[in-house]
Design a protein around this ligand. Sequence first.
Ligand SMILES: *Cc1c(COP(=O)(O)O)cnc(C)c1O
Length: 476
Amino acid sequence: MTDSLDPEDWQGFRKRAHAMLDAALDRMETYREGRVWNPPEDTLKVFHAPDQKASGAEATDAALQELFSYGVGNTHPRFFGWVHGAGTPANLMADITAATLNANCGGRNHAAIELEKRLIDWCLAQFNFPKSGSGLITTGTSMATVIALKAARDHALDFESRNQGLKDLPKLTGYTSEGAHNCIARAFDLLGLGSIALRKVPIDQNGQMDTNALRAAIHDDRKAGYTPFLICATAGTVNTGSIDPLDEAGQIARAEGIWFHVDAAFAAALQFSDAHRGKLAGIEKAHSLAFDFHKWMQVNYDAGCVLIRNGDSHRRSFSDRPDYLSPMTRGLAAGNPWPVEYGPELSRGFRALKVWAQLHEFGTEELAAVVERNISQAAYLAERVRKAPELELLSYAGLNICCFRFDASGKTGQEADAMTEEIVTRLQEEGTAAPSTTRIDGKLAIRVNITNHRTQMSDIDVLVDGVLEIGRELQG
Ligand SMILES: *Cc1c(COP(=O)(O)O)cnc(C)c1O
């Protein structure tokens, strides 16, 4: 037994750490090569359950290094599934620093808290929110949404919900589109509003919220005795990358006197691009905004953000400092307000550091270049699909997502869906590429999302050629 958990032999530990770093760099250098995805079965054999007896450094590091080739695949240029960022090797520097500091960022007076505050101020300015706004670096958009919607709920109920719960208070209803991400309904569930209180407004042929239907739904609910409190627009839907008419949705919210929230999980990155920023016009009207750094901004997992226009209101929704956390004006208990007054977590890591490091190292310009490149790659894909007689374009909204399928003529809907599923599964299993699937107008689609700084045009060709090859083979 040692008298602490620190290394006894620092020289030896140094060697160990350098070896680990080298193994990590070897992996990063070959991110582009090999299979996109390796199923997890093989590697889990080396992960024995922890035991009362120490397994030691060597066995632990060997198991850790075994993991390097078994990611979800998002570090590979042909990962096109769902919406994942690819991360950067450079971000490792911030992760080393954060691990070394091992700071708890729930509160107290230290540099990490100050850096997060400044980063939030910078984010507020990026989206033309007032300086009096507030925010928090979160795990992702799901958590950012819970925080924003709690602020919206409590604001609507004059903060009485915090104490007495929702019983005997007005019945709140919120509005989002059928194309919205499930995290909004989940937030309604978590906040005790019930997911049924979230009305799903139909989308038009462009995948955008139908604002006439939105007005009608609010009107109907008021007549039925409900209290509409929230419009939640999406900038960049998961299915098609459509952007709701933000400016109009914001105007409706203002006219109705209700909270306007925007989910811009991945498309917030458009704000960095001179060519594409205009697509987000109206986002500055939002009372709250949720987005991710770990998607299109390529920060390593996990990091998202919530911004709230009215900082006082945000704080009133979460602040609750018991005696053991009471503020001081000097010393370690100063540095007020603390992050714990803006979200549900007390202990939290220094996520803000890797976000800052990424933005600082690459600047918004280099990150915008990734966004612009990915958009032109999706346009190229849509064009290849249009030109190929054996492929059918199902959706392309001009952003970074394109949905299509292999020729379905002469097939029943079920047969066509089965074929799409088989093509996508085989591409993944063969390790060629990793698109995912979704439904567009009831048809199962090969869904290609490009939020990946490693993707090149040639990777799009590999994908399309792969789809054609498997499709033709299945066609017989
Ligand atoms: C990914 C995504 C979310 C959820 O974000 P997480 O960071 O995964 O929690 C919400 N909305 C949209 C539009 C998304 O793409």
